[in-house]
Each structure stands twice: as structure tokens, then as C-alpha cells.
Design a protein around this ligand. Structure first.
Ligand code: ATP
Length: 364
């Protein structure tokens, strides 16, 4: 592909994944029409519904199509009633993370104008931090490998490696550097761990500070997970980049979403050295699927993160401008009260929100 033409694997998946993907693709089409880059999209099927119908949640061909693409846009996969015989849910998104080495789970948490916040403090409007969840090891290294002995003892093992910790630490410092240029202040990466109690976290902390020692212009700090649970309620506006082990990141990212309006406003990216997948933090939300009321903002912001990642990777300022256009359009649509989604007590459904965002892109 030429430098301004990109191949996207589009995986809508289950439940509201289908609905929010349709909205995000319409928004991408709108920015594509204003710039000289283009996307060729191949739709790739997969998910729990497919597992129920065919016995396979994601085929080998589908994995290969994802691996070949320049980027992957992912809706949501998984339905609570459809399970493997051992009780676990099919989760191709986790398989993709491990197969493609997507070690950095990036979850930006930002207060969007016009969206009600959980905290009463006026400073909550300043919330703008990025959580980096290590996504290929930690406690999740034990996924599918845990044991139950004699129906009396269950064990899952946490794994922290030097290689992945170094890479995800470097990723976090690079991210802080880029954010500091945009925010005009020194970047700070805070490692969130439990190094006072566990050897694995003490090792993670040691490797993190080794990497930090080679970073002149970003500050490195450490915070215990329990203290962070407190401080993300007391003063979340003080944080910049937070780096965590996989399981802690899983939990803190939902807490973060709760701070800024809920799952409908929380985008994410799973990034490796060669591949990246962009998906909302939320799941397939079967309770609201098929009603046209899902909030597509998390999916649309995930598509903007994809543009930003492609921009850095391919050195294209046009792509980063387009990412910014999408963010600005969402802020404008919600900030001006042009739309209010159902999850924050409004009456605007998935397609109404997509239309309002597209309108702001066309007429900024
Ligand atoms: P998973 O474990 O697959 O991530 P989950 O079980 O945590 O999923 P979600 O599917 O994310 O659950 O849904 C959690 C709640 O948030 C549900 O009540 C759902 O309706 C709501 N929700 C999730 N996403 C959205 C959205 N985009 N718009 C509105 N409500 C949403």
C-alpha cells in the first residue's frame, strides 16, 4: 500500500459491537472525504454468536486477515450466555492480544465537555490521564493454565518478564513525551503496583526505574494500587500516564471510565511493535443491543486513536489532524448540547450521535 492508503480489518463482533462500528465507520468515511488518505476495509467475522453457530469463535483465516492489515478496528466480542464447556467465554480479542504481542493496552481517560462527571469537584473537568495496561502477561499469563487441586485449592500464577516490562515502560515514557508537547508541561509516568508485598511487582518496579533512568525529560514515580484506588477518586486530575500490570489495569480502566461518564465514553487501543487493535473498553452490552441506543463515542474515539497511531507510524500529519478533528467534533457535539446519549440520561441513539459528530466534522 502507498503511504496514504491503508488496509483496515474491521471486526464488528457481537451485540452493540455491530451498532457502534457502523457509527465509527461513518465518521471515518467523513474524515476520509476531507483528506488525501484512504482506507480499504475488509470486514472480518467472529465472536460468540459465530461460536454458537459454527463451533469456532474466530477462524485461522480471520486471524491471518487481522495480522495482514495495517490496523484492526474491533467492536466487541462475547455474550454471557454462550460459553465453552469449561464455563469460560470465547474471547478472540484476548487471543489476538497474545498472538500479535499487543502488550500496551492504552486507555485514555478524559473529561468530555457536556458529559456529566461522577465527582462533584469542579477540578474533575481537568481529568485527562492515560492508563497503560500491560496486556500480555501479569495475572492473565495464567489464563487457561490455572489449576484446581482436589477441589480444595485453586491456583493462578502471575508472570512479569524483563522484556515486556522494558518495552511497556518505554512505550509509557514515549507516550508521556508526546502528551507533554500537547499539554505544554513535563510528562510524568506513574507505575502502579504492589511492590511492597510481592516479588513479581518488586521486579517490575526495578526494571521500570532502570528504563526511567535513561529518560531525561519525563519524571518517573511509583504508587501502590490501593493508594491509587483512593487517589483516582480524590484527585484524578493530577495524573498523566499510569502504567500497570494487566489485572490491575483491567480494574482501574473501568474505574477511569466511571469518572468520565461511563463505558460509552472510554476508548482503547492494544498496541504492539508491529500491530495494533482499536476497540471501546466496553463489551457487547446484550442488555441494550438491537435497540439503537448504544453510545458510539468510545468506538469513534478508538477509531481516532487508530488514526493517531497510523500518523506516528507513517509520519503523517494529515492523519493526526484527522484524529484531532474527530475529538474536537465529539467535544463540540456534546459540549454544545447538540446531543445527549441514553447512558447519560439523554434521548439520542447511536445513529443520531454519529450524525451530530459528522455534522461537526463537516462544519467545525
Ligand atoms: P465485557 O466483560 O465483555 O467487557 P461487561 O460484562 O463488562 O463486558 P459491558 O458489555 O461493557 O459489560 O456492559 C456493562 C454495562 O454498561 C451494561 O449495562 C451496558 O448496557 C453498559 N454499556 C456498555 N457499553 C455501552 C455503550 N456504548 N452505551 C451505553 N451503555 C453501555
Amino acid at each position: 500500500m502507498s503511504s496514504n492508503s491503508f488496509q483496515l480489518a474491521v471486526m464488528p463482533g457481537d451485540g452493540i459491537g455491530q451498532e457502534v462500528m457502523e457509527a465509527a465507520v461513518a465518521v471515518l468515511d467523513a474524515v476520509e472525504a476531507r483528506h488525501d488518505f484512504s482506507f480499504s476495509k475488509s470486514y472480518v467475522s467472529g465472536g460468540s454468536r459465530q461460536y454458537k453457530e459454527t463451533g469456532v469463535a474466530m477462524t485461522e483465516d480471520a486471524f491471518e486477515a487481522a495480522e495482514k492489515a495495517d490496523a484492526i478496528l474491533f467492536g466487541a466480542m462475547g455474550l454471557p450466555d454462550i460459553r465453552h464447556p469449561d464455563g469460560t467465554e470465547p474471547a478472540p480479542q484476548l487471543d489476538l492480544r497474545f498472538r500479535m504481542g499487543l502488550y500496551a493496552g492504552l486507555r485514555p481517560i478524559r473529561a468530555i465537555p457536556g458529559v456529566p462527571l461522577a465527582l462533584a469537584s469542579p477540578r474533575a473537568r481537568e481529568i485527562d490521564f492515560a492508563l497503560v495496561r500491560e496486556s500480555t502477561e501479569g495475572l492473565f499469563a495464567s489464563r487457561g493454565k490455572g489449576t484446581v487441586e482436589d477441589d480444595t485449592v485453586a491456583k493462578d500464577t502471575m508472570v512479569i518478564t524483563r522484556g515486556v516490562t522494558e518495552r511497556v515502560s518505554r512505550f509509557s515514557f514515549d507516550l508521556a513525551k508526546r502528551r507533554s508537547e500537547r499539554r505544554n508541561r513535563k510528562g510524568v509516568v506513574t507505575l502502579v503496583d504492589k511492590s511492597n508485598a510481592f516479588l513479581s511487582f518488586a521486579f517490575m518496579r526495578k526494571v521500570f526505574f532502570e528504563v526511567a533512568g535513561r529518560q531525561a525529560d519525563v519524571e518517573a514515580r511509583q504508587h501502590s494500587i490501593d493508594a491509587m484506588a483512593l487517589d483516582l477518586i480524590r484527585k484524578p486530575w493530577e495524573f498523566d500516564v499510569l502504567l500497570t500490570e494487566n489485572m490491575f489495569g483491567d480494574i482501574l480502566s473501568d474505574l477511569g471510565a466511571g469518572l468520565v461518564g461511563g463505558m460509552g465514553f472510554a476508548p482503547s487501543a492494544d498496541i504492539g511493535d508491529e500491530h495494533a487493535l482499536f476497540q471501546p473498553c466496553h463489551g457487547s452490552a446484550p442488555d441494550i443491543a438491537g435497540k439503537g441506543i448504544a453510545n458510539p463515542v468510545a468506538m469513534i474515539l478508538s477509531a481516532a486513536m487508530m488514526l493517531d497511531w497510523l500518523a506516528v507510524r507513517h509520519g503523517s500529519s494529515r492523519l493526526s489532524e484527522a484524529a484531532e478533528e474527530i475529538e474536537t467534533a465529539i467535544d463540540a457535539a456534546f459540549g454544545a448540547g447538540a446531543v445527549k446519549s441514553f447512558d447519560i440520561g439523554g434521548q439520542d441513539g447511536t445513529s443520531a450521535i454519529a450524525r451530530a459528530v459528522i455534522e461537526k466534522i463537516k462544519n467545525p
